[in-house]
Every structure is written in structure tokens, then in C-alpha cells.
Design a protein around this ligand. Structure first.
Ligand code: BES
Ligand code: ZN
Ligand code: ZN
Length: 479
């Protein structure tokens, strides 16, 4: 899709384009074309949010899409994101392929241009390559912003972030037998200016990665730890680690079969890291970021790891396996301690679809945030407040540490059902030493079902949660 500034009027193909114009509720429709004002009045357009009207004006040979922004005093950039997204979906249904968009002009044109490009990419995303027949109407081919050419860099940045989010969604949405660790590696190798190294399954034991070795033992599909390095700053690196369970059956502690297909999304953390690496490199961001993705299936089998097993992790700590379904923390333990040891990062962050408890606590629109460093937590809250990717700080305190003590090993891989998100955080805390660390539990936000997809621009299936958040956070960390 082409997204750029349009400076001049292109009269020639006016019937095959549509002008997208946002309006506040009760705002005087004075500085718009008289014909449009009349037409909108006729159809009863109110300017309320969710009021979207498409009108064709044969006299002036223009199509308009008026979209309501609601009351001015209640407006925020989120209002615009939603309005724009809903309007683009309506326009898409008309089959018109060229959109000329006016910005609301409230939050600064740069920000609005950035959001327009980002939301256009994420809204119009489709995962349709497995459908034999494509019934969709023709795609929107271009979005032109009426304005000055100095908005082009904001548009470009928004488009990179949107496309990188979609790149992450594409991998996350893949069927588990195809979106394998090897396929992830192939995608990672396509990133420009990113150095890739891979630790293969046969090295896990030798390197002391008992968590990765245990969880991947019954997987036929070769497990991997994929490492992606993007270095465009001489500062110490920021390490980001994404949980990449290609399919989480629960292993021997097998999950109930109803809904198990959703566990293909247990690779959303790793997918987000892939998207962040793509975005940073394409933006040529002045950062030093290392992305790590521990990737494996969690399957039962005659040789599978078992409840009662004790695993020794990369940093020497041991964990007792109470349930093979709490596998994420076991693979993350090795990847975190490996990153700390090998790269001495200035900060480390993990992003994981870690616990059902986090979904119970925070629902489907807010991710759990934990960590050991107040400054980093504040920075994350600040960056998050400017994106749609909401986070809420959860505590890790001694009660939770107590819950995961084991009688036979250093810690155990579950502390029971109470405080499940926090005990998982307390588990991971054992693997980062004194490095400033953040943990994001995205179990509730990484994908949406038909009934939970509330935000138009997030859509159904994988949301790409974290790509924009962590890209902007990385940039903020090196500023
Ligand atoms: N991948 C799941 C967590 C999950 C559950 C994500 C539901 C999204 C939706 C994770 O590996 C898991 O199974 N966690 C267990 C941990 C428990 C056994 C301590 C859980 O949350 O039930
Ligand atoms: Zn699990
Ligand atoms: Zn899992």
C-alpha cells in the first residue's frame, strides 16, 4: 500500500477515490464544501463517534467518507485510531482503492500522520493465504494525506511499524505445523542489517540449558534458540526475549482439548521480538538491541519431560517440574540467563504468553508488567500510555517467592493458582541476576477471538501486541 503526502489535486480520477474527512460532534460544518454539508445533513450525520457516512456527490464528482470523532472534550488520539480504522473498513467495502485523508489537526500533524499510516497498515491486514478462494473486495491501494511533504517521514515511520506488526502477526497466525522454529529462523535471516546466530537443539545439553532441553525433548520439529543482533549504537545492548512455544499442548500435563488450537499463539512473544528487530532495522534506529527467541513445541511423548523431573538451567539454578504445562518459564529461564551472561545487557526484557492467571487478572486489553527496576517500569508505563498497548504493573514480592520454593530443587515451576502471573514473574526473577529487568505477560493481549476483538485496528487472530511498544521503548532507552 502506498502511503504518502498528496500536495496537489488530482482531478482526473476523482470518481475512483474517496475523501476521508473527520468531524467533531456539534462542530459547525462551515469550512467544507456546501454540497458536502448539505449531503451530510440530509443523511443525518451527527459527528458522534462510530457515525460513518459515505456519500457520493455527482455534481462535484467526489466521494466522501465522513467519520465522527465524538465530542471534542472527550477526544484523544485513541478516538482517532478507532474512527480511522472503522472508516477504512467501511471504505474497503465500497471497493474504492484510493483514499485521500484529512487529519483531525488536534495532536500535531506529525503524530496524526504517523498514526494514520500505522493504523491503516494494521487495520487492512489480512491473514488469508490459507483460503482457497478470496472473496474480499479489492484492497485499498493508496492512502494520500492532504498536507505538506514534511509529513512523509512520520508516515514512513508509522508504516514501518504497522508492517512490522503485521510481519509478527503473520508468523504468530501460522498453523503450528508450518510456523516452526526453522521457519522462524528463515524469517529472521531475511531481516536486513541483523546478525543471526542459532543454537541448535543438540547444543542445549552441552551448554547447560536444561529448561530448553527438557521442554523440547519430545518435539520432533527441531527446537532452536535464535539470536538476532541489531547494533547501531556503541552503548551496551538491550536484550529482548520472546517466548516461542510453537504449540503448547501442555505436554504430559496435557491441556483440555477444547480451545487447544489457540495454543498455536504461544509463539506470540517470539513473533513480537521478530517484528521489533524488523522495525528497528528498517527505521535505522540508533540502538543496540539483541533479540532472542527460544523456540520449541511442547508435546507429550515416550521421551517427554515429566512432572517430578528436576532441570538444571543455564545459570546453575534447578527447578522442579510440577506441571509440564508451565513450560514457558522453563525455556525463558535459559534464554534470560544466557543473554545476561553472554551480552551483559544494560537492561533485559521478556515478552511471553506466560499465564492464564494474567488473563483472569487483566483481561484481553492489558498486559501484565513486572520487573526489578522502578525507572524501567516508569519508562515502560510512559511509552505504553502513548500506544494502544496497555500494561499494568503487578507486584513480585516475598509471598510470591515463598510460593515457588521447592523441597527438592531451588524452585518449582508453579506456585499454585493464587497469584499465578506474579509467581511466574518470581520464577523468572531467578535468571536475571542484578540486570535491570522487565517482564511482560501478554497471554491476554497477544490474540483476539471473535467475541473479544473490540478494537477494529487490532482485528482477529494475532494482534502483534508488543511490536510498537518495544520498538518505541528501545528507542527511548537509547535516547
Ligand atoms: N501458554 C500457557 C499460558 C496461556 C494460557 C496463555 C491461556 C494464553 C492463554 C502457559 O504455558 C501455561 O499453560 N500456563 C499455565 C501455568 C500453570 C500450569 C502454572 C496456566 O496458566 O494455566
Ligand atoms: Zn503451558
Ligand atoms: Zn505456554
Amino acid at each position: 500500500m502506498k502511503i504518502e503526502v498528496s500536495e496537489g489535486e488530482k482531478k482526473s480520477d476523482s470518481q475512483r477515490r474517496i475523501l476521508l474527512v473527520p468531524f467533531f460532534e456539534q462542530a459547525p460544518i462551515k469550512d467544507i464544501k456546501v454540497e458536502l454539508g448539505k449531503a451530510l445533513e440530509e443523511v443525518g450525520f451527527t459527528g458522534r463517534s462510530n457515525d460513518i457516512r459515505i456519500v457520493s456527490l455527482p455534481n462535484i464528482k467526489e466521494n466522501f467518507c465522513a467519520v465522527g470523532l465524538g465530542k471534542r472534550e472527550k477526544y484523544s488520539i485513541e478516538t482517532y485510531r478507532r474512527a480511522l480504522s472503522s472508516a477504512l473498513r467501511e471504505i474497503e467495502r465500497t471497493g474504492i482503492q484510493s483514499v485521500i485523508a484529512s487529519l483531525p489537526g488536534v495532536d500535531g500533524l506529525d503524530l496524526e500522520a504517523f498514526e494514520t499510516a500505522y493504523i491503516a497498515e494494521t487495520t487492512l491486514y489480512k491473514f488469508s493465504k490459507y483460503k482457497s478462494q478470496n472473496h474480499d473486495t479489492p484492497e485499498i491501494k493508496e492512502i494520500l494525506i492532504s498536507g505538506k511533504s514534511d509529513l512523509n517521514s512520520a508516515l514512513q515511520k508509522g508504516q514501518i511499524l504497522g508492517k512490522s506488526t503485521n510481519y509478527a502477526r503473520d508468523f504468530a497466525n501460522m498453523p503450528p505445523s508450518e510456523g516452526t522454529p526453522s521457519y522462524f529462523e528463515k524469517l529472521a535471516r531475511e531481516l536486513k542489517n541483523v546478525k543471526i546466530s542459532v543454537i541448535e537443539k543438540d547444543k542445549f545439553k552441552e551448554l547447560g540449558m536444561g529448561g530448553l532441553e527438557g521442554v523440547s525433548r519430545a518435539a520432533k520439529e527441531p527446537a532452536k534458540l535464535v539470536i538476532m543482533e541489531y547494533k547501531n549504537s556503541s552503548d551496551k545492548p538491550f536484550a529482548i526475549i520472546g517466548k516461542g512455544i510453537i504449540f503448547d499442548s501442555g505436554g504430559i500435563s496435557i491441556k483440555p482439548s477444547a480451545g487447544m488450537q489457540e495454543m498455536k499463539f504461544d509463539k506470540c512473544g517470539a513473533s513480537a521480538v521478530l517484528g521489533v528487530m524488523k522495525a528497528l532495522s528498517e527505521m535505522n534506529a540508533k540502538v543496540n538491541v539483541i533479540g532472542l527467541a527460544p523456540l520449541t513445541e511442547n508435546l507429550p511423548g515416550g521421551n517427554a519431560y515429566k512432572p517430578g523431573d528436576i532441570l538444571r538451567h543455564y545459570n546453575g539454578k534447578t527447578s522442579e517440574v510440577i506441571t509440564t504445562d508451565a513450560e514457558g518459564r522453563l525455556v525463558m529461564a535459559d534464554a534470560l540467563s544466557y543473554a545476561v551472561d553472554k551480552y551483559s545487557p544494560k537492561a533485559i526484557l521478556d515478552i511471553s504468553t506466560l499465564t492464564g492467571a494474567c488473563v483472569t487478572a487483566l483481561g484481553n486489553n492489558i498486559a501484565g508488567l513486572m520487573g526489578n527496576n522502578g525507572e524501567l517500569i516508569s519508562k515502560m508505563l510512559d511509552v505504553s500510555s502513548k500506544t494502544w498497548e496497555k500494561v499494568w504493573n503487578l507486584p513480585i514480592d516475598d509471598d510470591f517467592r515463598e510460593q515457588i520454593k521447592s523441597t527438592v530443587a531451588d524452585i518449582k515451576n508453579t506456585g499454585g493458582s493464587q497469584g499465578g502471573a506474579e509467581t511466574a514473574g518470581a520464577f523468572l526473577e531467578n535468571f536475571i541476576g542484578t540486570t535491570p529487568w522487565l517482564h511482560l505477560d501478554i497471554a491476554g493481549t497477544a490474540w483476539t477471538q471473535e467475541k473479544t476483538a473490540k478494537k477494529e485496528y487490532v482485528g482477529k487472530g494475532a494482534t502483534g501486541f508488543g511490536v510498537r511498544l518495544l520498538t518505541e521503548f528501545s528507542i527511548a532507552l537509547f535516547n
